[in-house]
Design a binder for this molecule. Sequence first.
Ligand SMILES: C[S@@+](CC[C@H](N)C(=O)[O-])C[C@H]1O[C@@H](n2cnc3c(N)ncnc32)[C@H](O)[C@@H]1O
Length: 316
Amino acid sequence: MTTATPRHKIVDGIPCFSEDRYWGKAPKEELEKALAVIQEQGWDEFRRRYKDAFDATFEENRADWRFPIPLSRDSVVLDAGAGMGRSSIPLARVVGKVVAVDPSFLRMKFLKLRAEKEGLKNIDVYVGDLFDVPFEKGSFDLIVMNGLLEWIGATDKYTEPREAQLAALRLAKDLLKDGGHLYIGIENRAAFAYLYALDHSGLRFTSYLPRPMADWYCRLRKGARYDTYTYTARGYRKLLSEAGFGAADFYLVYPGYNCPRITIPYGDLNLLAYVIRRLMPQNSWRRRLASRLAGVRPLLVLYRSIFFSFNIIAKK
Ligand SMILES: C[S@@+](CC[C@H](N)C(=O)[O-])C[C@H]1O[C@@H](n2cnc3c(N)ncnc32)[C@H](O)[C@@H]1O
């Protein structure tokens, strides 16, 4: 199934295929301290002290995007860019094996501890850049890229971010068994939310700009290139097709791909209209207005084009 090169080192029981690259919303030292708290004072203390400090979650519904994918106790899953295990933990409860890979050593250490706490013996963790981890072709039934593809361009292995993303998708296709699935959870480049929220670049409006202009702006403001590319649904379809995947299923996911509470097939505008109406408080002017607007098809199409994020499921 999976193989390791003889050249990797093992730190705290974790095979490391790349140099540690810390990643996270809190400083590295904070996570180091938190790991010490887990080991010395236990999980209750960790949860009390570090509520919302990292993107760890104890909610089990974060991999609910998995329902359209046939998974069983025989399935082998690669969680690429696994982070703190948002997907790995719930998946490990329903599949045979989860292989979690992330270049951030502390995140993998956290996930290893978390798997031990949950009594999940079927999660293998590796420190590694997706491009460096030597798995055999055709090893996996499912590859998970939840919040990964947009960060893949931040590498010196490829000069063009899109080339890096394409290479990652081609690699994923090679690593999948025939008939296996790739899941991608990611933002929409044209999301309305980017009018008021920061783009992945840490700056405003960069996803809306033409790439060369966004690049110029990032270099001016941050002294670094723009490499966190997101796309519209059409852009993702093109990328997947260039990587050799056939038709992919797209879903609109509410409130966002990281928390898939409501999942609407991209083509189902009637269901989108229904959800818009139902999300508004009963007997309110907001529901009456939403009902009116959701009845106008061009407005629904416009709303879909600025929806926050997508779940994408492609089959090899
Ligand atoms: C937004 S976080 C998502 C984490 C996790 N998938 C989740 O859903 O919570 C992005 C993760 O991708 C990892 N990452 C970034 N570049 C990577 C690469 N080239 N190969 C593998 N993982 C990478 C980061 O270390 C980080 O943990």
